[in-house]
Ligand binder design. Structure first.
Ligand code: ZN
Length: 270
């Protein structure tokens, strides 16, 4: 049991899935059974939808926590760790501070749960998500890869952002700041029009729009005489530093509108 959680801590979720497939089914002991630090055992109940229960305390530092069945899947790893933290707090003395911490953890647990369900293409449990589903892997292009190449090439790898294909048919590309449901911190969110996720879209074009949205992170809008200037002179100058700028703009003007028209037409058949 110790060995398994050790593996997962070192290599994260990717290794844990490799680990799982390498083990015979019966011997399988994966992080869905125990918290990363080994102090909280997870049990699952299908009847639970929006509740978690801390059932038992075995010893000083060993607890059993009951979670909804859907939290067993790999995607829920961060939520399970939050829930484990909550379980440890629950058995502590009920001070004002601990109660506050417990409430705060629960709120993060359910916000993160909704986010993960939305990312998986499922309905949220507790309410609508303010943070959109993050789906960087498209039919043709993987936005994570494009973003990291642009980040390395033009921004010394210093930009922090979550990037997704737009969840609306024919949606536009944009950058915005949102609160991350898991951490509560403000994060940069980049959403790219699905019009770029076509076979006819070369890498330089999708990289061009990702570069443009990245520039919005480093050159925030300014107020000039009461007007919000988003694409000022400085912005346009830096935009032209993208090596395929001309080719991207040409593609953006000539091909993107056709792709978007096609997507809207297709939508009527779904
Ligand atoms: Zn822009």
């Amino acid at each position: 049991m110790m060995d398994d959680s050790f593996q997962t801590d070192l290599f994260g979720s990717l290794a844990s899935s490799l680990w799982k497939s390498a083990l015979p089914k019966k011997e399988e002991k994966t992080p869905h059974q125990i918290s990363g630090d080994g102090t909280v055992l997870f049990r699952y109940a299908e009847r639970l939808k929006k509740s978690i229960r801390c059932r038992k305390k075995f010893f000083e530092n060993l607890y059993e926590l009951e979670l909804p069945g859907y939290m067993k899947s790999e995607e829920f790893y961060p939520v399970r760790e939050l829930a484990a933290e909550w379980a440890r707090i629950t058995f502590k003395r009920k001070t004002v501070g601990n109660k506050e911490k417990s409430r705060e953890l629960l709120s993060r647990i359910w916000k993160a749960t909704d986010q993960i369900l939305a990312d998986m293409g499922k309905h949220p449990i507790s309410g609508s998500t303010k943070f959109p589903p993050i789906r960087p892997v498209g039919k043709v292009h993987d936005l994570e890869k494009v973003f990291s190449a642009i980040n390395e090439t033009y921004f010394q790898g210093e930009l922090q952002a979550r990037i997704t294909w737009s969840n609306r048919i024919g949606g536009l590309s944009f950058h915005t700041k949102r609160k991350d449901p898991l951490t509560g911190e403000e994060v940069n969110l980049i959403s790219i029009s699905r019009g770029y996720d076509f076979e006819n879209c070369p890498l330089y074009a999708v990289a061009g729009v990702v570069y443009h949205e990245c520039l919005h992170i480093v050159i925030p809008p300014v107020e000039v005489n009461g007007r919000r200037v988003v694409h000022g002179r400085n912005f346009r100058q830096r935009e032209r530093r993208y090596i395929y700028y001309e080719q991207w703009i040409k593609w953006h003007k000539e091909v993107l509108p056709k792709n978007i028209r096609m997507m809207r037409k297709m939508k009527n058949f779904w």
